[in-house]
Design a protein around this ligand. Sequence first.
Ligand code: NAP
Length: 299
Amino acid sequence: MSGADAGPLFDRLLIVGLGLIGSSLARRAVADPAIAREVVAWDASPSVRARVAELGIVHRVASGAAEAARGADCVVLCVPVGAMAAAAEALLPHMAPGSILTDVGSTKQSVIRGIVPLLPPGVSFVPAHPLAGTEHSGPDSGFPTLFEGRWALLTPLEDGDAAAAGRVARLWQACGAMTREMDAAHHDRVLAIVSHLPHLLAFTICGTADDLQDESRSEVLQFAATGFRDFTRIAASDPTMWRDVFLNNRDALLEMLARFTEDAQAMARAIRWGDEAFIVDRIVRGRGIRQSLIEIKQA
Ligand code: NAP
């Protein structure tokens, strides 16, 4: 299908990995006939497949990876980034020429490195990343409006098929997202600061609180102020997903962590020496960032 005015964007949309992101996409695609004539699910986990069938959030749950890939004109990989290449390897030999493979991974260079060598002739790969999520995982956690008003970034290959990239952009737009194309290396640096470092800090601060003496730890929980509570929400995120993100965006994340550590040291110095102007400047800059987010409706 061309996805022009005549019919749905895709004939058969296969979603692989029915966690938060995959099950949200499934719910949205099933609700909108303009997206696909048929929405099929495949997940490596038998219990997830059973649950997806029970929830009725797709038209059909496939019985195997090969059967799932056959006849799908678009396959969306929604598995942890460390599992992307293995998932692609199981599907690609069964995908027809002219079909599209895309993904939702939070890191882009590592996913591209893993998948490009596996691509058979005629299958177009369009790396993508919807910037939407919650701290929950699994097929029960998804909801159809997750992507509404959020960004979906596409990092097309240099020699990639522009028409395929256009169809993947239309898929995310149909889910309510705004789309933008970006270089994969740039994507990984931007996400390191806006998403990966904040998660690293949240896991670390919760670990620090957990290491406190028993008495203080119970008080941390009992009197948790909103600052700590907000960190605990982020720190509730899925361990497999975040292990994979950290290990697959190592260089950019370590660079941002080094910059953050220097800035935190500067703040420590200002506190030690009573440098009020420095402290106030940092707080005012933080408030400014928050205000800008509210103004562009991304808060
Ligand atoms: P999730 O809730 O943990 O779900 C992932 C699902 O994929 C699980 O059911 C998992 O099964 C399955 N799976 C793992 N390996 C597989 C394979 N080789 N073949 C088929 N299925 C496989 O994860 P999620 O939060 O939706 O994240 C999925 C992807 O979206 C990740 O790449 C993540 O980086 C990206 N992303 C996440 C967010 C977010 O906030 N969560 C936001 C944007 C993008 P098992 O449980 O049995 O392993």
